[in-house]
Write a protein that binds this ligand. Structure first.
Ligand SMILES: Cc1cc2nc3c(=O)[nH]c(=O)nc-3n(C[C@H](O)[C@H](O)[C@H](O)COP(=O)(O)OP(=O)(O)OC[C@H]3O[C@@H](n4cnc5c(N)ncnc54)[C@H](O)[C@@H]3O)c2cc1C
Length: 250
């Protein structure tokens, strides 16, 4: 899909990459941070937050790294320092995701080959130099590294309603990752589907109501997660610890 053109005689026209065009009553942009559908309703584009993640993972952690498995426990564990943190999150099947997060300019890796696993590992170990050995083991045993600079849309991103096109999930409200984004995307998808199936006959009225509800709820979470990111990756690591008691929308 390359472009979405609302307001044509037949409805919303979607141009596909293979050259086909087709008209629809409703196009839902659930296509993530770099949505191709978003430009049909909004000129907003994701901006870099100044915080980067480098993700790695461990497999069969209970068998291969029992000490780390005990450290992580059944959920996740996080360690915070000045402008950086390390988070390990247990997934199913003994798989653990590890996130090294730190403040850095977008081009922090100019002199680093991100495809070179050992070079990235050394760079991260240098960045977290002085941290406790078991915490650094999360990086020492990581199998591969994925660079994920963190982008966001403006807090409380809304748009003038465009008949026949809407957005949900990250396409509508990309925000710092603090456990909200995937949950909001799934909830919104379910709500929109249900309200179309059971709501008023007027599709446009249904979509308008959906957008109002989404904007209000996502705006609250965007504020919480944006403030949260400032405290999680901050010059004062005590801020991060205080945050976890407070992550509740009002
Ligand atoms: C490192 C990391 C950790 C996270 N941890 C959590 C967490 O613990 N809890 C949580 O709630 N959230 C978390 N999030 C946020 C969460 O991943 C996102 O908010 C969520 O995935 C958004 O879902 P979405 O469906 O809107 O977009 P996406 O998950 O990005 O899905 C969009 C889909 O659209 C497809 N697509 C894009 N363009 C096109 C196109 N032109 N044609 C066809 N298909 C297309 C993509 O391939 C993709 O499958 C995390 C994010 C990151 C980066």
């Amino acid at each position: 899909m390359t472009q979405v053109v609302p307001g044509t005689r037949d409805g919303v026209l979607v141009h596909f990459a293979d050259g086909r065009q087709e008209a629809f009553d409703l196009v839902v942009g659930a296509d993530g941070a770099w949505s191709r559908i978003r430009p049909a309703v909004s000129s907003a584009t994701p901006q870099y937050t100044g915080v980067t993640h480098v993700e790695t993972s461990l497999d069969d952690v209970d068998t291969r790294h029992p000490d780390l498995a005990r450290l992580i426990g059944d959920g996740s564990m996080a360690v915070y320092g000045v402008n950086r943190g390390l988070v390990a999150q247990r997934n199913s099947g003994g798989h653990v995701k590890v996130y090294a997060k730190f403040r850095a300019p977008l081009d922090w890796h100019t002199n680093l080959d991100l495809a070179d696993v050992e070079a990235v590992r050394s760079s991260l170990l240098a960045l977290f130099d002085g941290w406790a050995a078991p915490v650094l083991d999360l990086l020492r045993h990581g199998t591969a590294f994925v660079h994920r600079p963190l982008y966001v849309l403006p807090v409380s991103h809304t748009w003038t309603h465009v008949p026949g096109v809407t957005l949900l999930g990250d396409a509508a409200h990309l925000m710092p990752l603090l456990g909200a984004g995937a949950n909001l995307a799934m909830l919104e998808g379910a709500e929109l589907a249900e309200s179309i199936a059971t709501g008023p006959e007027d599709l446009d009225e249904t979509v308008r109501a959906f957008e109002e509800q989404m904007w209000a709820r996502a705006g609250k979470w965007a504020k919480i997660t944006t403030a949260g990111l400032e405290r999680l990756v901050s010059p004062d690591p005590a801020e991060a610890l205080a945050l976890f008691d407070q992550v509740q929308p009002s």
